[in-house]
Design a protein around this ligand. Sequence first.
Ligand SMILES: Cc1cc2nc3c(=O)[nH]c(=O)nc-3n(C[C@H](O)[C@H](O)[C@H](O)COP(=O)(O)OP(=O)(O)OC[C@H]3O[C@@H](n4cnc5c(N)ncnc54)[C@H](O)[C@@H]3O)c2cc1C
Length: 310
Amino acid sequence: MAHSLGQASDTGGVSATTGISVSFEFFPPKSEDAEVALWDTVCRLAPLQPAFVSVTYGAGGSTRERTHATVTRIARETALTPAAHLTCVDATRSEVDDVARQYWEAGIRHLVALRGDPPENTTSYSPAAGGYKYASDLVSGLRKVADFEISVAAYPEVHPDAPSRAFDLDYLKRKIDAGATRAITQFFFDNSVFLRFRDAVAAAGIDAPLVPGIMPVTNFNGIRGFAERCGTSIPAWLADAFEGLDDDPDGRRRVAEKVAGDQCLELMKHGVDEFHFYTLNRAQLTVAICRQLGISEDKVPLAVDLEAAR
Ligand SMILES: Cc1cc2nc3c(=O)[nH]c(=O)nc-3n(C[C@H](O)[C@H](O)[C@H](O)COP(=O)(O)OP(=O)(O)OC[C@H]3O[C@@H](n4cnc5c(N)ncnc54)[C@H](O)[C@@H]3O)c2cc1C
């Protein structure tokens, strides 16, 4: 298997031409076909030289093995820097610590530490007996396991379980104070919400980078319910942009590219220089959006041998 897939960026994942750094999020594939599709996506996105690529951990910890397999494959077979999501759900502290230790032994140095969503068919979260209760506890625990780089989640529109905006901000601060080095936001569509949140984060004395999570949307109807569960508001202009496109996938893709591209370009005008893309394991949209930011495969010297990498 070729080990030349993707090149370690000598600029720490920051594009030398644009000064912009991007990272990509994947979910672990459920079938062999999905694995081939994901690997295709990884191959297509690798030349964009992301600062890191992360792999999610299924609700309720349901993908423990698949997440591990995907992350370690990326580490083994590419020059990309993988980050493994890890949650507190349904596991004791020592089980979670063991998973982290296995990652460390496999050479994984970056974790995304999360409380996690409850298992499917469960409406509310309750901590496992003997488990980490919140992401801040998890960050403290992981710090004791090894010297990981740790990213955590942040919520520009407030986490749905949080008692108030102020509490939510305080809990974010606890995660950073516990040793996290980066906060990646839940997806949002209204940039003013993010910019106000960024101000509040700075005013709270949180100085870790706050990286906007960008969700390119092609399936507007699908994202509506998901956004509601996450507490993400859908602006009227977004609904209008997808109006009448239910049976027009090309039209929806063009709108998706424009909406997410414009969102990033506007954030760049406000000094944002790092973006985390929820790729949904598809490359095309993310490639198109990165091009709008001046990051494209042809600007980096790389020969990807897709066949060899499969
Ligand atoms: C970038 C990103 C990646 C994600 N990846 C995954 C994934 O791979 N797998 C997955 O299952 N989910 C994932 N999620 C979703 C995440 O797990 C859920 O949003 C979850 O409900 C909260 O996780 P958290 O780490 O933000 O929790 P926490 O930071 O622990 O916060 C959870 C809630 O508890 C409150 N809280 C925190 N600390 C305390 C405290 N000490 N006392 C009282 N209340 C407190 C917070 O205000 C918040 O309401 C991701 C989310 C983001 C933004």
